[in-house]
Design a binder for this molecule. Sequence first.
Ligand code: FE2
Length: 134
Amino acid sequence: MYVEWKEEYSVGVAKFDDGHKNLCGLINELHAGIIEGKGRDAQRSVLKGLVEYSMGHFSDEESLMKQYDYPERISHKLEHDEFRDKLLEFVEAYLKGTAPLTVDLLGYLVGWLEKHMTVTDKKYEAFFNSKGVM
Ligand SMILES: [Fe+2]
């Protein structure tokens, strides 16, 4: 499942938009890897990149929410936890060789990301912008 970042995904904070673009890019790279029949080692390094990058991105958002005492930060973090748990559970199984990387899994990640950007992240736009963060 390919995902193309578009303006309507903007959350009003440039560094988080950049983070989302990178996440889309990594998911697309995994998808391309499936189509091209890339080997496990190549996919593993992209997956590792996705794990590291998404963890860093979520924790950057969470730090900023904490710093400004964003009112919805607890429920926001719970959504990140869902993604983190799912991704880590999958990667663990993938590394053990008990789960293949499938388009279905990527579909889940893309669906989560699109909904998260357009609904949950979008909610912090006005809040952060009002604090001068954009
Ligand atoms: Fe978020």
